[in-house]
Design a protein around this ligand. Structure first.
Ligand code: NAG
Ligand code: NAG
Ligand code: NAG
Ligand code: NAG
Ligand code: NAG
Length: 425
């Protein structure tokens, strides 16, 4: 693309911007956000206040197709406005997937039309701390207009405590000796009603969220409760599972995956589903999250060697903070730095920055995300040869000033100033 200082003809410029970047998220998505964002970052103002752009030639396209950001709206409720503003800033950073970790143990803010009791009984507050059908549509449309796909996560069979009150019989009753303790564990995988429930819920979710993919979770299933329950133990014997509760987990997940496939959806799962040898459809995407030093790279090698597509998040848990410039560690990650064939490397779809919500709500979401998530965004967008940290610092510091100008409360990287500081208004 080559254009001189004139802003016209704007129409043909936009059409050209449309065609580079490969950012069409899905059929029907507006096509130009990443190109238009590049264009807007080229605009300068001369000494007389006149807007201009320098003659520029751009050859630019994303390295990875999946450049995501996870928000957790279960551990703290994030108001709709905070989600929409985050989508805006995601577009400035050319992220193109919003992974909405919408429910979890602490709360169930998603208002289900099929099972309204889930949020009535599972949200922190069923009036004020919920996402209505209209909120969800607003998020999806706001994202679509910015070239961002919305992938909701309904994590099961663990991470479901908030589902229990609104779905009697769904969770496993835990036992103390011979009697139920009153505490509940993961979804009960041995009763048919469970599968009727998940079929109906995922039928709804599949039609509410248009993206081809759903994130089905599958992480951190705690077997203690299952082990305590005599009916589950009897089922284990009957099925010949021995003491291997991973087999019970697989039994559940396989049935879930069949249900979701039959709804015409693809799925992403956390790495445990792969680690536990669940039989998967070949086009399953495995989401690598366990950090454990650099072992995540071995996991990427294992996942892709088995022929599955992979997404990386392990080194990008931005909810973790530390003193100093911790964006650098995130920036220096090379997702393909594992031993493997070119075919294996081609199975890496990209990755996601994660903002888990234990210590994050609307008060600190924005400064904790930005500009640090920009380091991940650049890693997922740019050629792997783009890796010089000093250059990146200069770009990111300047970009942060752009964010302040746009009213985003992005925190500083280090000592310095912006011509236009954050006004707070
Ligand atoms: C345009 O180019 C001049 C000369 O290289 C440079 O000083 C200026 O910062 C550029 N303007 C923008 C908006 O990039
Ligand atoms: C700014 O305006 C002054 C006075 O009209 C003019 O001499 C100068 O060339 C202008 N600068 C630019 C960059 O156009
Ligand atoms: C559960 O479903 C299976 C298969 O559809 C069936 O064989 C079994 O009898 C059902 N169990 C109960 C308790 O309804
Ligand atoms: C990868 O697979 C190898 C061989 O099966 C296994 O020893 C290793 O623990 C796996 N690595 C990870 C991180 O799971
Ligand atoms: C990345 O940069 C290198 C060196 O400039 C170049 O050879 C290569 O083609 C680039 N890769 C892509 C995918 O553009």
């Amino acid at each position: 693309m080559s254009r001189s200082a004139s802003l016209f003809p704007l129409t043909s410029l936009l059409i050209e911007l449309c065609s580079f970047g490969g950012v069409c998220a899905e059929k029907g998505a507006v096509c130009f956000p990443a190109g238009l964002e590049t264009f807007s970052q080229l605009i300068g103002r001369d000494e007389n206040g006149t807007y201009y752009i320098n003659e520029t030639e751009i050859v630019d396209f994303p390295r990875f197709p999946h450049r995501g950001l996870l928000l957790d709206t279960s551990r703290h409720y994030l108001p709709l406005r905070a989600i929409l503003e985050t989508l805006d800033v995601m577009a400035y950073n050319k992220f193109n997937v919003f992974h909405w970790h919408i429910v979890d143990d602490p709360s169930f803010p998603y208002e289900s039309s099929t099972f309204p009791e889930l949020s009535k009984q599972g949200a922190f507050n069923a009036m004020t701390h919920v996402y209505t059908a209209s909120d969800v549509r607003t998020v999806i449309e706001h994202a679509r207009l910015r070239g961002i796909r919305v992938i909701p996560e309904f994590d099961t069979p663990g991470h479901t405590l908030s589902w229990g009150p609104g779905a009697p019989g769904l969770l496993t009753p835990c036992y103390l000796g011979a009697t139920p303790s009153g505490v509940y564990g993961p979804i009960n995988p041995i009763v048919n009603s469970t599968y009727q429930f998940v079929t109906s819920l995922f039928q709804e979710v599949s039609s509410v969220f248009p993206d081809f993919f759903l994130h089905l979770g599958g992480d951190e299933v705690d077997f203690t409760c299952w082990k305590s329950n005599p009916e589950i133990r009897a089922f284990m014997r009957e099925m010949g599972f021995g003491e291997d509760y991973k087999k019970l987990e697989s039994f559940y997940i396989q049935r879930l995956l069949n249900i979701v496939s039959s709804l015409g959806k693809g799925y992403i799962v956390w790495q445990e589903v792969f680690d536990n040898d669940v039989k998967l459809r070949p086009d399953t995407i495995i989401h690598v999250w366990k950090e454990n030093g650099m072992l995540y790279l071995n996991e990427m090698a294992n996942v892709t060697r088995a022929g599955y597509q992979a997404l990386l998040s392990a080194p990008w848990y931005l909810n973790r903070i530390s003193y100093g410039q911790d964006w650098i560690e995130a920036y220096k990650v090379e997702p393909l730095n594992f031993p493997g064939s070119p075919e294996q490397k081609a199975l890496v779809m990209g990755g996601e920055a994660c903002m888990w919500g234990e210590y994050v709500d609307v008060t600190n979401l924005t400064p904790r995300l930005w500009p640090r998530a920009g380091a991940v965004a650049e890693r997922l967008w740019s050629n792997e040869t783009v890796g010089n940290v000093e250059d990146a610092y200069a770009r990111l510091a300047e970009f942060r000033c752009t964010l302040l100008r746009r009213g985003v409360q992005a925190q500083p990287l280090f000592i310095g100033y912006c011509d236009q500081e954050f006004s707070g208004a």
